[in-house]
Design a protein around this ligand. Structure first.
Ligand code: FUB
Length: 463
């Protein structure tokens, strides 16, 4: 019974990892609908994205969002699940396209889902004081029934505008300054001003013009391509300008994108299906340079394997998964007999988890992965005295701990005293499975000692 499992584990461990350069941009998790931003005073480029659940053939199973950041467009950090359907009591599912906007010192993700009450898409907000979340639900934006694929654009006079659309129709409206409601009577339908439009509107400005980009269906035929239109104001009227991302080798059934200037160069973010072997449904993020012609038109993009990672040779992965221990339910994590503390300076994220005193007290974080793959696990912790705790990867129960299935891992770990400083423990290489991989660190009654402070878990790529 266990032999085939162990044999398949050996095969997984030996299988050579696929090599990628710049595209797929994120090659560790299936993600889609990228919305890219550069926040004032922050040198990082941020990408907010939806997540395709591995092993499904529909987008109706989507239920979480990820955030990614980079400073060099080559090495990326994935902050894991930053918002999950479980955190949105009003939402029944279909956590589709997302955007993010910063107002004052608060980051708002603007997301959509099917409403439990009316079975229709609505647009909602969730907030965080950190760009990477985790985000906590604020509920639906008033007046957004039908609100699939939202994005928000803040004009130079600070007026926020909401764009949304699906099923061939695209709309725009003013939002109230707190983003909580559509301004009555400000809604306009843009559909007739656009060509081939289907869904996913996103607005940016260039040289004083408003650019509305959107996925569309040429002659109503799938897959989607990316189109754009320009206007002199955020609500239009828009003039259709053309196609800027045609079909390409790894086009998925859908496309969806955003445009941002980073370190002096313009980038088009979009998605394709190379990572899933071209199944058309499970998507991966893509990024390619975007060029404006002198007349303001966008030169059509031919997506490349190099993408925006200039001169970088293909490698297995350059994505590090960073999971904050304290993120808890917003990130599908669990705290048992522990709490979040902030007294000790030097932590990352919103705090750290402690004190691991009860017999089974601990923390579980979820590492999402598109495929079976290996990663080197580090745990950032602090301890005044030597500690010993137990780590489990991919066990959700205590069953059969002596006969691990592929990807299961169970080990007592010693955490030497750091004298109260923060330090990273190198746990070694672990195996992840496609989907959700629970990583549980806890006190085992027989040997655990308590008194551990856990800041975050980091899963670094292995060559
Ligand atoms: O990711 C789910 C849906 O697919 C998006 O909301 C659409 O824009 C399309 O990309």
């Amino acid at each position: 019974m266990h032999l085939p499992r162990l044999a398949s584990f050996a095969l997984l461990a030996l299988a050579p990892a696929a090599l990628f350069a710049g595209n797929p941009l994120i090659n560790t998790v299936q993600s889609a609908d990228p919305s890219a931003h550069v926040w004032p005073g922050d040198e990082r480029l941020w990408v907010y994205a939806s997540h395709d659940e591995p092993g499904t053939n529909t987008h109706d199973t989507m239920r979480s969002y990820h955030v990614f950041s980079s400073t060099d467009l080559v090495n990326w950090t994935d902050y894991g699940i930053v918002f999950h359907q479980n955190g949105a009591p009003w939402a029944a599912g279909n956590m589709w396209a997302i955007d993010c906007v910063k107002r004052g010192d608060t980051y708002y993700i603007v997301y959509c889902a099917i409403d439990r009450q009316d079975g229709n898409f609505h647009t909602a907000l969730a907030t965080s004081k950190l760009p990477q979340g985790p985000f906590r639900d604020l509920g639906k934006i008033e007046g957004t029934a039908g609100g699939q694929d939202p994005s928000v654009f803040i004009d130079h006079d600070d007026q926020p505008y909401l764009y949304w659309g699906g099923g061939n129709k695209i709309f725009a409206a003013k939002l109230t300054p707190d983003l909580r409601a559509v301004v009555p009577d400000s809604k306009v339908e843009l559909t007739s001003q656009l060509k081939w439009c289907y869904e996913g509107p996103w607005v940016h400005t260039y040289n004083g013009k408003y650019y509305l980009t959107y996925p569309g269906l040429f002659e109503k035929k799938w897959p989607e391509r990316m189109y754009y239109a320009t206007a002199d104001g955020p609500l239009g009227p828009y003039t259709y300008r053309g196609e800027y991302i045609p079909l390409f080798k790894h086009s998925a059934g859908t496309n969806h994108g955003s445009v941002v200037e980073y370190k002096g160069r313009w980038i088009a973010f979009h998605h394709g299906d190379e990572l899933s072997g071209g199944n058309g449904v499970s998507r991966n993020l893509m990024a390619d340079w975007l060029h404006y012609e002198a007349d303001g038109s966008i030169r059509p993009i031919v997506p490349t394997a190099e993408g925006v990672a200039v001169g970088v040779p293909p490698g297995p992965s350059r994505v590090t998964l960073h999971l904050e221990a304290e993120n808890g339910p917003a990130s599908l994590g669990t705290l048992v007999g522990t709490g979040v503390a902030t007294e000790k300076p030097g932590f990352t994220g919103e705090g750290y988890v402690t004190p691991f005193r009860g017999p089974f007290s601990g923390v579980t974080v979820i590492a999402q992965s598109a495929m079976a793959r290996r990663a080197r696990l580090f745990i950032r912790y602090s301890a005044e005295a030597d500690q010993r705790n137990k780590l489990m990867v991919n066990y959700t129960t205590y069953d059969d701990p002596q006969s691990p299935e592929p990807g299961r891992f169970e080990r007592f770990l010693s955490f030497p005293s750091t004298g109260g400083a923060w330090a990273e423990k190198d746990v070694g290489v672990i195996q992840l499975q496609p989907g959700d991989n629970p990583i549980r660190l806890y006190r085992s009654p027989s040997t655990g000692t308590g008194g551990l402070l856990v800041d975050h878990f980091r899963l670094a790529p292995v060559e």
